[in-house]
Design a protein around this ligand. Structure first.
Ligand SMILES: Cc1cc2nc3c(=O)[nH]c(=O)nc-3n(C[C@H](O)[C@H](O)[C@H](O)COP(=O)(O)O)c2cc1C
Length: 180
């Protein structure tokens, strides 16, 4: 995977794709699926929403880090499968035949099959809403991936796969952050 500018982080988050969040609890790598994500500024801060019913939640609070990876359309069933079982029961990297790759700033692994991975450090946990505020330290992208469409969860068990991309960059020039 090739490193690109950190400013690219929000281009993967703003469209609201479902993400695979990888963690390392000191003994084992793990992954969870998250559909509640949010980009909150141009300074590489993002939010994922989760809570104590997931093993990954405890790991993120303890280790203060994770990797947020973006799966592509061909990984939809894998992403749903990962979100249906707990890492306390199985090794999800093995079960779903995913490749853990070494990250640079965190011990949690990149997921080699994903379109992009954001190495993140915990900034704040806002308990009332289950908000996990993360700062993206590094972004890597998978240049070889032929499938580039992301997946969006509707919330009722149905999913939308990316469609047409419309370019209004010229019209938005004043509002775009440098580096994007
Ligand atoms: C499509 C999908 C989306 C999900 N989105 C979220 C979410 O936004 N927040 C959350 O806490 N759990 C979400 N889950 C559930 C977790 O992924 C699930 O509880 C997972 O098994 C936790 O794994 P762990 O115990 O190994 O951490 C989602 C599951 C699926 C299938």
């Amino acid at each position: 995977m090739k490193e690109v500018k950190k400013e690219k982080a929000l281009t993967f988050i703003e469209p609201g794709p479902i993400v695979l969040v990888s963690t390392f609890d000191g003994k084992k790598n793990n992954i969870m699926t998250i559909s509640w994500t949010m980009a909150i500024d141009f300074a590489q801060n993002i939010v994922i929403t989760t809570g104590p019913w997931n093993h990954s939640f405890e790991t993120i609070l303890t280790t203060k880090e994770c990797v947020v990876c973006i799966p592509t359309a061909d990984m939809l069933e894998t992403a749903v499968g990962i979100g249906m079982i707990s890492g306390t029961e199985v090794d999800k990297f093995k079960k779903f035949e995913l490749t853990p790759l070494a990250a640079k700033y965190v011990k949690a692994p990149l997921i080699g099959e994903c379109l992009a991975c954001l190495e993140c450090k915990l900034v704040e946990h806002i308990e009332r809403y289950g908000f996990i505020v993360l700062h993206v330290e590094r972004v890597v992208i998978n240049e070889t991936s032929k499938e580039r469409r992301m997946i969006h969860a509707v919330g009722d068990g149905t999913f939308i796969i990316d469609g047409e991309t419309v370019n209004l960059r010229e019209m938005m020039e004043e509002k775009l952050s440098p580096g994007l």
